[in-house]
Ligand binder design. Structure first.
Ligand code: NAD
Ligand code: ZN
Length: 335
């Protein structure tokens, strides 16, 4: 299926279809020089499938992991683009998870003041979340996504086939963000997670539609787009304090959402889904340590912070709450 993201200054297609990467040729303009950016964890067969359709291309492979989303790799890719004599008419393809997409997108945003960028996400997280919305960035001095841009892709190709090589824990990590999208805006998507077997293609499609709809209404996160941060305030704090080597991002977001699910019955339903995702439990945490991270969070302004609450599946509210109130949530605990 094809859906189109409509923004005031641009629009682009998202293709969601099994085997779509086998026909990039017909979906993208590959008749120019293509820089294919990927990482060492992305199976070569997916990269080859794309490169074989590009008449003139080169592949740049990053070491896998968040630490590649850095200045050194950014510079190295730019250098490769210069050495390969990439021009403003050429294009970059990202094939990988959010790390590859964010970094390759930032290169595309800045090389020669911006060149075409195609995103082919290969993790669930990047398929349901990071590949749509135009946020591209690198981490600097330990600050995540501190240097970046809004740079919309020219097209996104989501092929569920590539998930066949993705480890289960990575799949579940991404599914948390999909569940998040359901909880804030799509009851039917939450229902998908209650079925005996999970229809990944349907879950991905519905998640993308939520993200698209939100981004269309608020491209640069001045208002509505904040709802995508559901679970992220406390989730990020747990991730920063305890997660870097222990937990994945989605696992921390799952923990963070529990504090803002105000309806006990809904919380129980969500916990049942977490069990099927085999997510880790919330660790014992130090409230002062988490509060320190929350205070420094980008979303806090002075003594208040925007939080997202979900009372009923598919409906959320944005609230401004004091840091003292967040401390009370932490004291009360996730359950
Ligand atoms: P990731 O990119 O690190 O990928 C996870 C791992 O899976 C990597 O080791 C990778 O090599 C491997 N992999 C990728 N595709 C595979 C496949 N098909 N088969 C087997 N292995 C595969 O992690 P992620 O969870 O995809 O993305 C996380 C990043 O996304 C973070 O840097 C985060 O900041 C960013 N992000 C960005 C946005 C945005 O709006 N731009 C939103 C959410 C997250
Ligand atoms: Zn997230």
């Amino acid at each position: 299926m094809k859906t189109t993201v409509q923004l005031p200054h641009t629009s682009y297609p998202i293709w969601i279809e099994k085997h779509a990467i086998e026909k990039c040729e017909s979906l993208l303009n590959l008749n120019r020089k293509i820089a294919i950016i990927t990482d060492s964890g992305v199976p070569k067969k997916w990269v080859d499938m794309i490169q074989n359709q590009c008449p003139t291309s080169f592949v740049y492979t990053l070491p896998q992991g968040e630490s590649s989303k850095c200045f050194d790799q950014y510079q190295a890719i730019l250098t490769a683009c210069i050495q390969q004599e990439m021009t403003r008419k050429d294009a970059i393809i990202a094939i990988g998870g959010g790390v590859v997409g964010d970094l390759a997108g930032f290169v595309a945003a800045t090389y020669m003041r911006g060149i075409d960028f195609y995103n082919i996400p290969t993790t669930v997280l990047s398929q349901v979340d990071s590949s749509v919305g135009g946020k591209v960035a690198i981490d600097v001095e330990g600050y995540k996504n501190i240097v970046g841009a809004f740079w919309q892709p020219k097209a996104v190709i989501i092929d569920p086939q590539v998930l066949s090589t993705l480890p289960k824990r990575q799949i579940n990590n991404g599914l948390v963000e999909a569940l998040k999208s359901g909880l804030i805006r799509d009851k039917e998507l939450v229902e998908c997670f209650k079925q005996e077997t999970w229809d990944l293609e349907k879950i991905i499609t519905r998640s993308i539609l939520v993200k698209k709809d939100v981004v269309q209404q608020d491209e640069k996160e001045n208002g509505l787009r904040q709802i995508l941060n559901f679970g992220h305030t406390i989730g990020h704090a747990i991730e920063s304090a305890y997660g870097l080597d222990t937990y994945y991002h989605g696992e921390c977001v799952a923990m963070g959402m529990l504090f803002f699910l105000d309806n006990p019955q809904l919380k129980q339903e969500v916990l049942n889904i977490y069990k099927r995702m085999e997510l880790p439990e919330v660790p014992d945490y130090d409230i002062d340590v988490l509060m320190d991270y929350i205070r420094h969070d980008k979303k806090s302004a002075g003594n208040t912070i925007s939080t997202i609450h979900v009372e009923k599946a598919g409906q959320c509210t944005i609230e401004k709450e004091s840091l003292e109130q967040i401390r009370i949530y932490l004291e009360r605990g996730p359950l």
